[in-house]
Design a protein around this ligand. Structure first.
Ligand SMILES: [Zn+2]
Length: 232
């Protein structure tokens, strides 16, 4: 397993050729907002701050308009921001970003590429992870893709309908009527031959209220934490 290291902005995972940072709602010591929602005009500045903590400046940002679908966007200079739930970056100097508030942020990493994925139950059911794995294998290294999974609604709190459980093809979870989103994602990745090498095992709903944005706890908050990842 890759080491998960606490940093000011959240948690860093070193994935060999790439690095992923799973962010908090605010910085640990100063409590400065890290709201990465697309609607937040400060978003790019917050991402730049995360990168600066690693001595990286002047990066491009590979963004997506997340729509709970399965499309994968590959970042290209001056291309429009696409409706997609995964964004692939295959060059240095650009950060792949996906955001969430109870949904699961995932990083897939391979030789020469990273993909940031937004995985909610709809995306999971529709196959966004399968599409993202196919995209990175097609674009980059065929064989060795690894995954890092971030904070999301935990099985402790994520009560869903029988229809949602069925749509996700979810195995019986440790809490009846609850979806283990992270566990299901990890199982799907494993079945695709992708090893999960790091997990930030935090529940966005029942953690300290100022730690994460939570759509459920805050009844539709606009704030988002997320993942920022780049090729080293
Ligand atoms: Zn919980």
């Amino acid at each position: 397993m890759a080491e998960v290291i606490e940093i000011e902005a959240g948690w860093r995972v070193d994935l060999g050729g790439s690095t992923a940072v799973f962010t908090l709602a605010q910085t640990r010591s100063e409590g400065q907002s890290l709201d990465l929602a697309m609607t937040n005009p400060q978003r790019d500045g917050h991402i730049a701050q995360v990168l600066k903590e690693h001595g990286l400046e002047g990066f491009g940002i590979a963004a997506i308009n997340q729509v709970h679908g399965t499309a994968v966007s590959e970042w290209r200079e001056s291309a429009e921001v696409m409706d997609a739930d995964a964004v692939l970056v295959a060059q240095t100097g650009v950060a792949a970003v996906a955001v969430a508030a109870d949904c699961l942020p995932v990083i897939l990493a391979s030789e020469g590429g990273v993909v940031a994925v937004h995985v909610g139950w709809r995306g999971l059911a529709a196959g966004v992870l399968e599409c993202a794995v196919e995209a990175i294998r097609h674009r980059c290294d065929e064989s060795a893709v690894v995954a890092a999974l971030g904070p999301c609604a935990g099985v402790c709190c994520y009560e869903v309908s029988a229809e949602v459980l069925s749509a996700c093809g979810a195995a019986a979870s440790s809490v009846s009527g609850h979806l283990d989103l992270r566990g299901e994602a990890s199982a799907r990745l494993k079945s695709l031959g992708v090893r999960t090498v790091a997990v930030v095992d935090q529940c966005t709903i029942c953690s300290d209220a100022d730690r994460f944005f939570s759509y459920r706890r805050q009844h539709g908050t606009l704030g988002r934490q997320g993942v920022v990842a780049w090729l080293n």
